[in-house]
Design a binder for this molecule. Structure first.
Ligand code: SF4
Length: 315
């Protein structure tokens, strides 16, 4: 037993190797693809077929020749994958992985707001449940929210559920929005003090911020970009260092793509606990048992899909 002779660390390494072999075998047997969000643990990103943002992943999955999608992210992302890929099995290896931002709005809450503004079109950020998307006219991502709002010809627009993204879109488009007061606690906790401290430590580094950050934080940024957009910003920045204001898991995919660029996050690292719940062990179990499955009732799925498709038509 070479693993035991080498002691604890060797045993752990052997166990990990065995797990990786099992995942590779099961992935083939199940005809599965593994998708991982940019904020997932590094070891999960390393086994994924695709790493990216939620909608980008769902769209990629739609074009993939596979029967099973293992979605390593949080619940609303797996739901979005199930909305777009009804003929495939969507698995979420940790069903408790949720999103406090998505939880700030319910379909009932949105229906009540719609009654107050009956002429309004509803734009809902992809970070929301399928049931909320089904009550919406358009979906949007942080990368295309401005474009979606600009394209809408309606007297009023309700924007849900992220108030920071809503205010940013309002500022850029100049359109008055009726904004739901939800937020992502991870991004909302980034303060101007944290940013100013990083700017003091790295005065030549440009700042890129995710639009889920507060307005006063975005005011300190040189660029505002979605997680996917951050790759483009860094590629074009021409700087060997950059201050990044988003969940710190983003350091892993950015570091792989730009090994020569020094990335600085706020000292009190923004970390989303829900995004760290999936482990290799859970992926292995999920592939073996084909559980836990994420399904969306067909009536909700079809209405939610309409909102997603309207967004895709815009661009
Ligand atoms: Fe939700 Fe924020 Fe976590 Fe993303 S980082 S899953 S928006 S709580």
């Amino acid at each position: 037993m070479p693993g035991k002779e080498r002691g604890g660390a060797g045993t752990v390494i052997d166990a990990d190797r065995k797990r990786l072999e099992n995942i590779a075998r099961l992935r083939k047997e199940r005809r599965a693809v593994i998708l991982a969000h940019n904020y997932q643990r590094p070891e999960i990103q390393d086994i994924a077929d695709f790493v990216g943002d939620s909608l980008g992943l769902a769209r990629q999955a739609a074009g993939v020749d596979a029967e099973v999608i293992v979605f390593c992210g949080v619940h609303f992302m797996a739901e979005t994958s199930a909305i777009v890929n009804p003929d495939k099995v969507t698995l979420l290896p940790e069903p408790e992985a949720g999103c406090p931002l998505a939880d700030t709005i319910t379909p009932e809450g949105l229906i009540t707001l719609k009654k107050l503004y009956p002429r309004a079109a509803v734009v809902t950020y992809v970070n929301s449940t399928a049931a909320v998307k089904a009550e919406s006219d358009y979906c949007c991502t942080s990368g295309n929210a401005v474009q979606v709002v600009q394209a809408i010809d309606a007297p009023e627009i309700i924007f849900t559920p992220d108030k920071n993204l809503g205010r940013y879109v309002q500022k850029i488009t100049g359109r008055e929005l009726i904004i739901w007061e939800g937020c992502c606690p991870i991004h909302d906790n980034i303060t101007t003090g944290m940013v100013l401290e990083q700017k003091r430590l790295h005065p030549s580094a440009p700042v890129v911020a995710h639009p889920e950050c507060r307005e006063e934080v975005l005011d300190l940024a040189d660029e505002v970009a979605s997680t996917s957009g951050m790759f483009k910003v860094i590629a074009e920045a021409g700087s060997d260092e950059i201050i990044v204001l988003t969940e710190a898991g983003m350091g892993y995919p950015l570091g792989k793509k730009f090994p020569a660029t020094r990335l600085f996050f706020p000292q009190e690292e923004p970390l989303c606990p829900d995004m760290k719940l999936i482990t290799l062990e859970k992926v292995e179990r999920s592939l073996r048992d084909l559980e836990p499955r994420i399904t969306v009732p067909e009536d909700i799925r079809l209405n939610a899909l309409l909102a997603v498709e309207r967004m895709l038509e815009i661009g």
